[in-house]
Design a protein around this ligand. Sequence first.
Ligand SMILES: [Zn+2]
Length: 326
Amino acid sequence: MSAPEESHFLTRTRCPICRSEESSLKIVHRVSFAHSTLQNYFRSFYADFPEAVALLQKVDGDLEIVECTQCHSHHQRRLPKDDWLNQFYSRTIPSLDEPTGIDPYFVEQRAREWSMVLRYLDAQFGRQPRTLDYGCGPGQWLRFIGAYAADAHGCDVALDARSSVEKWGARFFPADGIAEQAPFDFIHTEQVLEHVSDPHGVISALANKLSPGGVLQIGVPFDPELKSKVEAPDWNASKNTPASMNALAPLEHLQHFSPQSFPILAERLGLEVLSTEGWALISPTEKRTAIEVARRRVAALLRRRQEEYHPYWRRAQTWFLQKPAL
Ligand SMILES: [Zn+2]
């Protein structure tokens, strides 16, 4: 992998999430790429990726963090173009050939989550759903989902993922080949959209590939303190510490979605936001009788355990968006 010239960088002039124009964008932080604090941070954060450090040493100008006043997301204004990013992400794919162990919490949360989705989809379709994991990496989710749904597909920019994915009985295709695929009943994309240069374009492409009544599950990082942290970022704060700027790590996390981003996106793309009740997915158009509502409330009170839906990932937000049925 060779470091790109300056011309291989692009500058965003619209919100990459809601596509609002420049008049809605506010630069909330600006620091020279050459600043020693930032260069120290790059050397530490990308110690395993010397190409990334070399690239970031060459970049002229400023690192700029932008807030969108429409969808309240944040993004990096300058970033390498897709050819460099795709090579970079191909390098970060871990191998599952020799699993190091299974996290029981992962299994429990994923099993409960998928049971919730499957119950909902079964009521919509009454058939085994055709599923896709967009940005599947080596296929951890597909390995799990394959135990339930035979018709599982995965795609990624990292073509090396194919052998792992096929080992779990799923079909693989390159991420840029999605337009040729038949529609899916359920599309899952986890910890992917913060890495892509055009998240609006990707979500739009995924929405186009949902069958009527199909569901798109999106999981992205969420740092509730980010809005205040960007005013005076501490680039030296380590990952997983309260002051960490990891949610907007240059090269890696190109945008940070706010909870307001998704209802706006859904409306623009003709999707409906599903909510959760306990571990059930609920359509906003679903009508309930008063007796049904009361019965559910009493049942929830009687269950002494906390039965709210929790995504597996910490510091993340998960959204379920549905394409209206015909
Ligand atoms: Zn926006």
